[in-house]
Write a new protein. Structure first.
Length: 171
């Protein structure tokens, strides 16, 4: 089976016409949830269910309200709460130099002054900047904002991120 990458989670239904609320987990939400986009639906056990074609999608607060072709009533989509929508690797667009997909960063080793401090376990999107969650041995997780003074270098090929932990970030 080809590689798939998570772009969102269906968190609820919206109205009675078969729309769902999707919490995006991608920087490319406008493209992923626009008319004609093809996504794959996976259940809560990460088993592939079916391909879905977006009929319409719109941003509403922190969610995307998405209608998929072939679903016309709330009863058609209610069972998909908690399911994940993913994109096939073949449908991902080429990125410019210095850009990367979340799946290319998650699992990368994080270094400060050439000392390993942990691994990126998750990427959060709380607002203006992404926040990278760094899992550390024997310490609580470190939350690093993805901003130039903190993230110095990202080497996707080597799965390595060099950082400068500013005062106050590791209290």
């Amino acid at each position: 089976m080809e590689n798939f990458y998570k772009v969102g989670t269906i968190v609820n239904t919206q109205g009675l016409q078969g729309e769902v609320r999707v919490l995006p987990s991608t920087d490319f939400a406008n493209e992923r949830f626009s008319k004609g986009a093809v996504l794959a639906l996976f259940d809560d056990k990460d088993s592939y269910i079916q391909d879905l074609k977006v009929k319409s999608g719109r941003l509403q607060k922190n969610f995307y309200v998405v209608k998929f072709e072939g679903f016309y009533h709330i009863n058609d989509v209610e069972k998909y709460k908690g399911y994940v929508v993913k994109i096939a690797q073949e449908n991902q667009e080429e990125l410019n130099d210095g850009e990367f997909y979340y799946h290319e960063i998650i699992g990368s080793d994080v270094y400060e002054n050439d000392i390993l401090i942990g691994q990126i376990s998750e990427i959060l999107q709380p607002g203006a900047n992404d926040v990278w969650v760094v899992k550390r041995k024997g310490k609580r997780d470190l939350l690093l904002p993805y901003i130039p003074p903190v993230v110095l270098k990202v080497d996707v090929a080597q799965h390595r991120v060099d950082v400068d932990i500013m005062e106050g970030l590791d209290d």
